[in-house]
Design a protein around this ligand. Structure first.
Ligand code: MG
Ligand code: FE
Length: 169
């Protein structure tokens, strides 16, 4: 068994590891994109937000007397997402990357929804406030990706049909 506070701390550390993975994915995508400037810019903006989220989570975790998990602690828990985007050598990587990003943002939305309720039940109003501050950033990124997937798809398909231009990134 574990107390609400113990679960809260565990999940905050999971969230921090998730944000480190988000940082890696967003960085890799932003670095590779060449022909999709809107997507690149939005990813760079969310990368900045992600670094801020890490800091906020670190504050909560240290206030509870702990420190962030190392990737070793997390093991394979979150690695599946990294792999979905990590092997970005596919000929359609911009489309698969945007799809994976949308999936990842929704995992983040679920994580912060769970954390908000857990912090509330633990009576930790500072952590609750942090989670309520982060959640809209994840929702906004998920919404942006969903709204722009058709446009990204259309641009990819158009470039893909042209032998003279690069489509995949
Ligand atoms: Mg995040
Ligand atoms: Fe995010």
């Amino acid at each position: 068994m574990a107390t609400v506070q113990e679960n809260l701390l565990d999940w905050l550390r999971d969230a921090h590891a998730m944000e480190q993975q988000a940082e890696n994915m967003l960085k890799a995508q932003a670095e590779r994109l060449e022909n999709y400037p809107d997507l690149k810019r939005r990813i760079e903006q969310h990368l900045e937000e992600t670094l801020g989220q890490q800091k906020l989570l670190e504050t909560c975790i240290s206030r509870l007397g702990s420190s962030p998990s190392t990737l070793k602690d997390i093991g394979g828990k979150l690695m599946a997402f990294g792999q979905a985007v990590g092997g970005m050598t596919m000929s359609d990587e911009v489309v698969k990357g945007a799809m994976s990003g949308y999936v990842f943002e929704n995992v983040e939305i679920a994580m912060y929804t769970v954390l908000t309720e857990t912090a509330r039940l633990a009576g930790d109003s500072e952590t609750q406030q942090v989670c309520e501050q982060i959640l809209p950033q994840e929702i906004a990124m998920a919404d942006w990706l969903k709204e722009h997937l058709p446009q990204i798809t259309a641009a990819f398909l158009q470039r893909s049909a042209n032998p003279d231009v690069q489509a995949k990134r």
